[in-house]
Design a binder for this molecule. Structure first.
Ligand SMILES: NC(=O)c1ccc[n+]([C@@H]2O[C@H](COP(=O)([O-])OP(=O)(O)OC[C@H]3O[C@@H](n4cnc5c(N)ncnc54)[C@H](O)[C@@H]3O)[C@@H](O)[C@H]2O)c1
Length: 355
């Protein structure tokens, strides 16, 4: 990232991604990111490489932002990519280095990262810090420049000081920095996402009640959210929360709660209600079309899980379209950014010619 005067090197194992970045082509759609990266690549920064050892060897801080998908079979977050990266980083560091987990990781992952690095390189000088990522897809640049807060989970004063230096320009710009113990920081990320998912699910159930009693859910949400204690964000009724973070993070939180025998009954209900809602949305469309849609053509506008992204992971459009296809409808779909990503997931529907 070309930020704050730091010298930044971006490492990815995916050679295709790195090649595209070197050519100035963004591998994902994020508003403003292509211009930002192109401008900085022209000025010779940041560096992009697939060579992890070269990228991290004398870094002050190394951020791990690899994927933590749901493990197949159970809902646990799979930290194996984080651990693999940690082992490689451990072997490569040559000076005191702060290893930062940016990925959303279950409580205790930092302890394991520390153990892995120590095993990979017994003489290494390092600290391990949790610095959860709160950026939203579609608004990532603004969220980065103007974060509500920066959470630094660190049990090591020297590492904390390096993190303060990394974020100093944001701090000078009034962003609150909260320093906590590492495990607390790891849990803050899950607690925050769980609260937001709960808000979304709450208004979705209120929407069902509105339909039955003849009330307008948008106005109910507005009238509720204008209370400052509640706030208006995440109170928009829709087809359920989705995307690359909330679904997997909720499952991972429930797994942690089971491991530690501290049930999270509210989150359990949120997950169940949300699952049911995505399927129900398809049936709602069918009912609105008279209950029989065999042979009819339905146009679907919007495929990604929300606007301003091409991310199709866990998009509710997939469940809705599947329900329509199961009922015998033909589906034609359009999305300004996500069509290429949608095609492998929804191969039997029609897309505009030339897309
Ligand atoms: N995407 C978001 O908006 C967002 C927001 C908050 C938190 N997060 C968290 O950030 C993490 C990453 O999410 P994502 O959506 O960017 O994932 P992603 O799967 O899109 O990207 C991860 C990248 O890491 C690379 N990678 C994997 N192992 C590597 C290794 N050993 N060395 C170098 N590169 C390696 C992969 O090739 C891939 O390009 C997750 O834990 C997620 O929960 C993401």
């Amino acid at each position: 990232m070309p930020i704050f005067g730091h010298d930044v090197c971006c490492v990815d194992k995916d050679a295709g991604k790195i090649e595209r970045l070197l050519d100035g082509v963004m591998p994902i759609y994020e508003p403003g990111l292509d211009d930002l990266v192109a401008r900085n690549v022209e000025a010779g920064r940041p560096r992009f490489t697939t060579d992890l050892a070269e990228g991290v060897k004398d870094a002050d801080a190394v951020f791990i932002g690899v994927g933590t998908p749901s493990r197949k079979g159970d809902g646990h977050a799979d930290p194996s990519y984080v651990y693999a990266a940690a082992a490689e980083i451990g072997k490569a560091i040559t000076v005191y280095t702060v290893i930062v987990t940016k990925s959303t990781v279950p409580v205790g992952t930092g302890d394991e990262v520390e153990r892995i690095i120590r095993e990979a390189n017994p003489d290494a000088q390092f600290g391990v810090v949790s610095n959860p990522e709160f950026r939203r897809k579609g608004a990532a640049i603004d969220d980065f420049k103007r974060p509500d807060r920066i959470v630094i989970g660190s049990d090591d004063e020297r590492a904390t000081e390096v993190m303060r230096q990394v974020y100093r320009p944001l701090y000078l710009d009034q962003a609150p920095i909260m320093v906590t113990e590492r495990r607390t920081a790891e849990l803050i990320k899950y607690a925050g996402n769980a609260f937001l998912a709960t808000k979304i699910t709450f208004i979705n159930e209120i929407a069902d009640l509105c339909e039955q009693v003849g009330a307008n859910v948008q106005e109910v949400a507005r009238g509720t959210g204008l209370d400052n204690h509640i706030g208006s964000k995440f109170l928009h009724a829709g087809p359920g929360y989705s995307g690359s973070c909330f679904p997997k993070d909720m499952l991972a939180l429930l797994e942690t709660s089971q491991d530690y025998k501290a049930p999270q009954r509210i989150v359990e209900a949120v997950v169940a209600v949300n699952d049911q809602r995505k399927r129900a949305m398809g049936h709602k469309v069918i009912a609105a079309m008279g209950g029989e849609i065999r042979g009819k053509t339905v146009a679907v506008l919007g495929l990604a899980f929300k606007q301003n992204t091409d991310d199709m992971r866990d998009s509710p459009a997939i469940a809705v379209i599947q329900a329509l296809l199961d009922a015998g409808a033909k589906v034609r779909a359009y999305d300004p950014e996500a069509m290429e990503q949608a095609k492998p997931l929804l191969p039997t529907i029609e897309y505009p010619k030339g897309s």
